[in-house]
Ligand binder design. Structure first.
Ligand SMILES: Cc1cc2nc3c(=O)[nH]c(=O)nc-3n(C[C@H](O)[C@H](O)[C@H](O)COP(=O)(O)OP(=O)(O)OC[C@H]3O[C@@H](n4cnc5c(N)ncnc54)[C@H](O)[C@@H]3O)c2cc1C
Length: 423
């Protein structure tokens, strides 16, 4: 088993790291100033995107990149260490056209779009000319169970008519967001199969009747691209805007969340590395009760545990990425669910330790910690809450138990009575 990164990946890692340090970090303050003023720094983003595209650091997330699309084709395993570096700076992934939710949407369109839909939506997304959102979650139903989704998608002649309310939809506040991929019910029959009654339609963001009601703050943090509430009132789109087949919405939503889910986990590793670097530095420069913080045993333990836990999580991310490459997203489902739980919980745990070491300053926007904690907490819901993913992992364990030869584990027992018999 070779744990080293391939030479090509090592070169790309250096390139992405250098790009981040040379071109992005010098603009970090400018970025945050604009966002604090309620502006999306579009020109800065577009200039940096052009530079990244020119450097070939573009669309690195998509192994099946269409031949006529710009970018570098990588496997998920090769992409993981690059996403880790991008994750270090929360606004960096878009610069490389590797940000959620567009990556998941591009994967979905690449799998299911018609030639016309590819031309109109996928190619501009791959070029970075437009942005998109994925509208599934709704305020009135438990959205961790996609079969609950209620928004209605009704066929009317040569059009679909959409009515419903969505929330926590990432992306609509981005000035270039042009497309919503909407999941809704297309078969309202009472005896319809709950896994075959939903469909997806492609809705232009400027469609009459589509309103962005608000950008919902996440623990007082208002994202520049938005986590928005949307209302659809008699929104009409041509029938040709159906993605895939009618009734396939649930299945496509599952397909979308394969690789897309582990991209967040890859970035988490980078964010946890930043938190660990900050806590190391702080612990080695600040003194209390006659010692450096690093000399207090509990602080040293927190730092050591953080290193071990990040390295464990990185191995799980790489293993899940490898499984997707080798066996496909469906076969990797348990590994993906597993790392989704581990990564989200890791981020809040490690950032919490870093905050503790920083003292009160750790809670302010002066360090990136409060944002990183907030994002880690959100990760425990987005793309499915921990509990739903744990259920997938547990199911797989019970399947193994059912498939194991009967009585195989009983050989490990040494019953007290049997011990007595032999003596
Ligand atoms: C920052 C952020 C961005 C998001 N972006 C998007 C987006 O772009 N598009 C989109 O459609 N949605 C998005 N979401 C919404 C997210 O996908 C949902 O919040 C998530 O699916 C959970 O749905 P819910 O909030 O309705 O929780 P519910 O489904 O109401 O669940 C509440 C709780 O019930 C428990 N629970 C649920 N099911 C089970 C189970 N099977 N076993 C045990 N316990 C269970 C869990 O503890 C869960 O946290 C985003 C959310 C956040 C926070």
């Amino acid at each position: 088993m070779d744990f080293g990164y391939a030479p090509r990946v090592q070169t790309l890692r250096r390139q992405v790291q250098d790009f981040l340090e040379d071109y992005l970090l010098p603009h970090n303050l400018q970025w945050h100033r604009a966002v604090a003023d309620g502006q999306f720094p579009l020109q800065l983003m577009e200039d940096l995107k052009a530079l990244a595209k020119w450097d070939g650091l573009w669309n690195l997330f998509l192994p099946e990149l269409p031949e006529d699309a710009p970018g570098t084709r990588l496997t998920n395993l090769e992409y993981a260490p690059l996403a880790e570096i991008m994750g270090r700076l929360p606004w960096a992934p878009e610069v490389f056209n590797c940000n959620a939710p567009d990556t998941g949407n591009m994967e979905l369109l690449n799998l299911f779009a018609t030639p016309e839909q590819r031309e109109r939506w996928l190619m501009p997304l791959l070029e970075g000319e437009i942005r998109s959102c994925f509208a599934m979650s709704e305020p009135d139903v438990a959205s961790s169970d996609a079969t609950n989704i209620q928004t209605s998608i009704r066929r009317d002649g040569d059009a679909y008519v959409i009515n419903g309310r969505k929330w926590f939809i990432t992306g609509p506040a981005h000035p270039n967001c042009r497309l919503a991929i909407v999941l809704g019910v297309s078969d309202e029959g009472e005896d319809a199969d709950p896994h075959a009654r939903h469909s997806m339609v492609l809705v232009p963001m400027d469609a009459p009747g589509l309103e962005v009601v608000r950008n919902i703050p996440i623990m007082h943090h208002r994202a520049a691209e938005g986590h928005c509430e949307l209302v659809f009132r008699d929104v009409r789109v041509p029938a040709g805007n159906l993605l895939g087949d009618e009734g396939q919405g649930f299945r496509m939503a599952q397909a979308r969340l394969g690789p897309g889910r582990i991209h967040h986990c890859m970035r988490t590793i980078g964010q946890c590395e930043v938190a660990l670097e900050l806590m190391r530095e702080r612990a080695m420069e600040r003194r209390s009760f006659g010692k450096y913080l690093s000399e207090h045993a509990n602080v040293a333990d927190w730092i050591a545990h953080s290193r071990l836990e990040i390295d464990q999580a990185r191995l799980l991310v790489l293993q899940a990425a490898w499984q997707i490459d080798e066996h496909g997203a469906r076969a990797a489902r348990t590994a993906v669910s597993g790392i989704k739980v581990v990564a989200a919980q890791l981020q809040t745990r490690i950032v919490d330790r870093a905050m503790q070491i920083f003292g009160a300053m750790g809670l302010t926007p002066d360090t990136p910690l409060s944002y990183l904690w907030t994002w880690g907490r959100a990760m425990r819901f987005l793309d499915g809450p921990d509990e739903v993913h744990l259920r997938v992992v547990a199911k797989d364990e019970f399947r193994r138990a059912r498939e194991a030869p009967r009585g195989a584990t009983s050989q490990y027992f040494t019953l007290e009575q049997d011990l007595r018999d032999t003596h």
